[in-house]
Design a protein around this ligand. Structure first.
Ligand code: DC
Length: 220
């Protein structure tokens, strides 16, 4: 039987990942944070001091990477790196890494493999446009920059990093610019995606809004 896919795209700081994770819990679907996969590779490149020019090594490392999701936890080659992939260094470098065409192809294959045997909620930038253009449900989340930066800042604090709001706003803008203008799978709304503006929503409202559209019901 075909598996159900809920694709959630949008820029960072729109509450995508948190919404997707809780929605997956409520639906009893597998949650896949595709951004974590790009972050994990970025983390490995930094850790092993692999330069962007060394494409062969980058692609080998990406191909052989064993990635597992367990709720909020992310495991790479048997090691839990949930916290490490949220560092500022990884965050600042991930957009450039995720712009590598061949690397994207490998990770897209891995993303599709997750949905082979599972109903999934997957969030990212190209899930509804490239990874699963046939997804049954597609959402595109948007939100004001300042609110996004404040959410990102809280996210950093939760992971043990304290960063000024202005710095986050500058980085977010830079990242938006790279993500939306890159040649490979740029961030954009799929034609058939439902756009949701989360500026004035709390997470519970976001989750309920999506849950209602997927299940036809309000959360109990
Ligand atoms: O959602 P996030 O902030 O964890 O994503 C990290 C980076 O990965 C982001 O700059 C864009 C990239 N990304 C991507 O290109 N495609 C995806 N499907 C998910 C993330």
């Amino acid at each position: 039987m075909d598996k159900t896919i809920v694709a959630i795209d949008g820029p960072s700081g729109t509450g995508k990942s948190t919404t997707a994770r809780i929605l997956a819990e409520k639906l009893k679907y597998l949650y896949i944070d595709s951004g974590a996969m790009y972050r994990a590779i970025t983390f490995e490149l930094i850790k092993n001091n692999i330069k962007p020019a060394d494409l062969k090594t980058i692609l080998e490392l990406t191909k052989s990477a064993n990635m597992q999701f367990d709720g909020e936890e992310f495991i790479l080659n048997g090691k839990n790196i949930t916290k490490e992939i949220r560092s500022l260094e990884v965050t600042n470098k991930v957009s450039n890494v995720s712009a590598i065409k061949e690397l994207r192809k490998i990770l897209v294959d891995k993303q599709r493999a997750f949905a082979k045997d599972n109903d999934v909620v997957m969030d990212g930038r190209d899930i509804g446009t490239v990874v699963f253009p046939e997804a049954k449900f597609k959402f595109y989340l948007v939100c004001d920059l300042k609110v996004r930066a404040a959410r990102r800042r809280q996210d950093f604090i939760d992971h043990g990093f304290k960063i000024p709001l202005e710095k986050i706003m500058v980085e977010l803008k830079k990242r938006d610019q790279i993500d939306t203008t890159r040649k490979e799978s740029p961030l954009r709304k799929a034609k058939d995606a439902v756009e949701i503006n989360t500026t004035n929503m709390i997470i519970e409202e976001q989750v309920n809004c999506l849950f209602r559209k997927v299940s036809g019901l309000d959360l109990p």
